[in-house]
Design a protein around this ligand. Structure first.
Ligand code: ADP
Ligand code: MG
Length: 236
């Protein structure tokens, strides 16, 4: 694979302290191609969220390497990493993580503005229009439905036009119908931007809409549909 969007080699990570310390990720090797849609599937506690945090540079591994867009991120200093993440990686969580004291527009614009980007509010307005929320710019999170809050979070994740979007069970806090709408929006925006999508889910049907499915179990990669295809091709 030439120049993957994300490349993890021999990633190990333990979390917790003292007797509670546990090895969460075991020797993870994974290349995600540019423009790929990849579902990380696995039971609760299998390490999906932790792996996503490592891919997004929000958690550093104990050993191994993490490359994003050809740059090694697991050894970047904090400031450089924050800048790099802001420009390259959009993140959406199950719990929307909006700032309650900021309006929708401010939630989307302020990270850009803090990064010193020009036209932050104009770009935020456009991003909110893309997620169908141009009529909610001045609303605070508490004044919006869950689906609307996740749309704001999605606008915030995409406003810097990142090449990678990672989403951790983005519909987990939403009713089924609203969740389905959010997923349609995520897939549509991903297609429109030509970005790489890594989607954590425990929903098989949702995962099957991604081009590639990687299954985790107990912090290890149990199967990878891309590897299966390679085997099929080699055998053909
Ligand atoms: P998943 O997203 O697949 O449900 P997680 O990545 O959240 O799994 O967690 C994997 C395992 O790591 C779980 O057993 C969880 O209890 C443990 N874990 C997650 N975060 C921490 C932490 N900060 N300290 C200790 N253990 C943790
Ligand atoms: Mg999780």
């Amino acid at each position: 694979m030439s120049d993957p969007a994300i490349s993890l080699a021999n990633v190990n990570l333990a979390l917790g302290s003292g007797v509670a310390r546990a090895q969460i990720l075991h020797d993870i090797c994974l290349d995600v191609a540019k423009g790929e849609t990849l579902a990380l599937l696995g039971p609760s506690g299998s390490g999906k969220s932790t792996l996503l945090m490592v891919m997004a540079g929000l958690e550093a591994p104990d050993s191994g390497s993490v490359y994003v867009g050809g740059r090694r991120i697991d050894r970047m200093d904090e400031d450089a990493l924050a800048r790099f993440r802001g420009a390259r990686i959009g993140v959406v969580f199950q719990a929307f993580h909006l700032i309650q004291t900021l309006t929708a527009l401010e939630n989307v614009a302020i990270p850009l503005e803090l990064a010193g980007e020009a036209g932050a509010f104009e770009r935020a307005r456009k991003a909110l229009a893309q997620v169908g929320l141009d009529h909610r710019l001045r609303h605070y999170p508490a004044q919006m439905s869950g689906g609307e809050q996740q749309r704001v979070a999605l606008a915030r994740a995409l406003v810097a036009n990142p090449s990678i979007l990672v989403a951790d069970e983005p519909t987990g806090n939403l009713d089924q119908g609203v969740g389905a709408e959010i997923m349609e929006l995520i897939f549509a925006l991903n297609r429109a931007h030509g970005s790489t999508l890594v989607l954590v889910t425990h929903d098989e049907a949702l995962a099957s809409r991604c081009r590639r499915i990687v299954r985790l179990r107990n912090g290890r990669i149990e199967s990878d549909s891309a590897a299966l295809q390679d085997v099929e091709h080699a055998g053909a």
